[in-house]
Design a protein around this ligand. Structure first.
Ligand code: IFM
Length: 505
């Protein structure tokens, strides 16, 4: 068992515990929606999106290095080679977080930086970067939240078959053990995977993410091996970390809504819920793949061969928190059994909001049509609907009572710019954050156990296939100079953190 590092022992770790008080208790100021004390207020980033230093200190390429360097894959030919240069500027970035009063920072670890090629011993220089980052956070009084995997598989592991092959899950377990050893004395809150749906279905289904493969069966196989990798990582972390460590996985759960009350549209929603959500919550939280998912995809692969004895008990090892990323709801209808309408309550689209491709990221459910709901959208063309946050949180609480939830990502891209006064005014983002936090507050008031909120993102960064064109940050990054300019939303969020709540209107 790892001993506790002195910096961690003395720091206020802000580990999400039982919230004390409920929003309803705290009505001293009616204009403020006050969150329970102990609610953790943070911001999130991911390694490939901000670090840069792609070839420094022994780091080897990940699938995202390969993908972004492949012409035509990423808008404008952007790559993560330099990104926001966080690898060299992390001390300043910590000071910035401290100045904003952030209580927690969720970051991811680049696998190929700490274990080049994905196998064998760790590289100390790579680990030293994360040790320095975590120590700096602890010294600043900011709780570090480490995500082991945010989509950047070492290229050598992809060359050996990637997530569709079982060995990758075993390698992930080894990698987790190595990190528990290196950082387990100072990081208490761990997330195994970020959004495995994207890794499996955008990476191996529609191909709009690295490694860019378009193989429906491989996408399903990848999903199972990501689940298994999560289970292996939980086992490795549990056996090495102090009992106070808290383990989680982060899912981008889809708040799926049928376009109409028709049976066909309800069936479309069921299918997307199965292959978008329950393919992960089923095995991880309930110890089984849903029967309807198995039936929907039986023509694509033999699940009995894929899922080996012992897999489901490994995958369903208890976790302490479930991380949920929510941005926008998913509105669907069925091509079958309808009148072939295109518009209805919103324009029908091949694009489900995850990037256009001739290949579906929904294996077995290619007949589902996606719709853009009317109303306001972000720069990603994602509809703005905080009711989706409320509905998703209450559903997860209903389906998995007793499991604390953490909103590990939420935020919006807008077309931000620096005005002549040198400021970035982003009232749309402030409205987005306020209404989504109000939705979380309402869920808590209705009994949902939500322990914290991580704004996506701390700063502008490499938005995957969209490159640097989409800005999700609360802090603006001028990529030419790497100057950081807190947007109006950063100041607004700092005030929310300071007051422990958001204005009611
Ligand atoms: O930037 C991404 C992040 O890497 C994962 N969740 C969604 C964000 C916005 O698209």
């Amino acid at each position: 068992m790892t001993a506790v590092h002195p910096a961690a022992a003395t720091a206020t770790l802000g580990i999400p515990g039982e919230p004390t008080g409920t929003p309803a208790d705290q009505t001293a100021d009616d204009s403020l929606l006050r969150f329970p004390s102990g609610f953790l207020w943070g911001a999130a980033t991911a390694a490939y999106q901000i670090e840069g230093a792609a070839a420094e200190d022994g780091r080897t390429p990940s699938i995202w290095d390969t993908y972004s360097h492949t012409p035509g894959r990423v808008r404008n030919g952007d790559t993560g080679d330099t990104a926001a240069d966080h690898y060299h500027r992390y001390r300043d970035d910590i000071a910035l977080m401290k100045s904003l009063g952030l209580q927690a920072y969720r970051f991811s670890i680049s696998w190929s930086r700490v274990q080049p090629t994905g196998r064998g011993p760790a590289v100390e220089r790579g680990l030293d970067f994360y040790r320095g980052l975590v120590d700096g956070l602890l010294e600043a009084g900011i709780t570090p939240v480490a995500t082991l995997y945010h989509w950047d598989l070492p290229q050598e592991l992809e060359d050996a078959g990637g997530w569709p092959v079982r060995d990758t899950a075993e390698r992930f377990g080894d990698y987790a053990a190595l990190l528990a050893d290196a950082l387990g004395d100072r990081v208490r809150l761990w997330t195994t995977l970020n959004e495995p749906w994207c890794s499996a279905f955008l990476g191996y289904g529609s191909g709009v993410h690295a490694p860019g493969r378009t193989e429906p069966a491989s996408a399903l196989r990848a999903a199972h091996h990501l689940n298994l990798g999560h289970g292996r990582a939980v086992a490795a972390l549990r056996s090495a970390l102090p009992g106070s460590a808290q383990l989680s996985v982060t899912l981008n759960l889809h708040e799926v809504r049928p376009l109409s009350q028709s049976l066909a549209d309800a069936e479309a929603a069921r299918r997307i819920d199965a292959v978008g959500n329950r393919i992960f919550t089923g095995p991880i939280l309930d110890g089984a793949y849903p029967q309807d998912l198995l039936a929907d995809t039986a023509h694509l692969l033999n699940w009995d061969e894929l899922v080996q004895p012992g897999d489901l008990s490994a995958i369903s090892a208890p976790i302490d928190l479930l991380g949920i990323n929510y941005y926008t709801p998913t509105l669907v209808s069925s091509r079958l059994g309808t009148d072939g309408r295109g518009a209805g309550n919103g324009a029908a689209t091949r694009n489900d909001g995850h990037g256009a491709s001739d290949h579906s990221p929904w294996p077995g459910s290619e007949d589902v049509i996606f719709h853009l709901p009317p109303g306001e959208r972000t720069a990603m063309n994602w509809s703005i609907d905080p009711s989706g946050m409320y509905d998703l949180l209450t559903r997860m609480h209903r389906d998995h009572p007793g499991l604390p939830l953490l909103v590990t990502e939420n935020g919006a891209a807008f077309d931000d710019y620096v005005n002549p006064e040198g400021e970035v005014r982003d009232p749309e983002r402030i409205a987005y954050l306020r209404t989504h936090l109000a939705a979380i507050h309402a869920a808590i008031a209705d009994g949902v156990d939500v322990r914290g909120y991580f704004l996506w993102s701390l700063m502008d960064n490499f938005e995957w296939a969209y490159g640097y064109g989409k800005r999700f940050g609360a802090v603006y990054v001028d990529y030419a100079t790497q100057r950081r300019i807190p947007k109006a939303s950063a100041h607004w969020y700092a005030e929310a953190v300071r007051r422990g709540g958001v204005p009611s209107a």
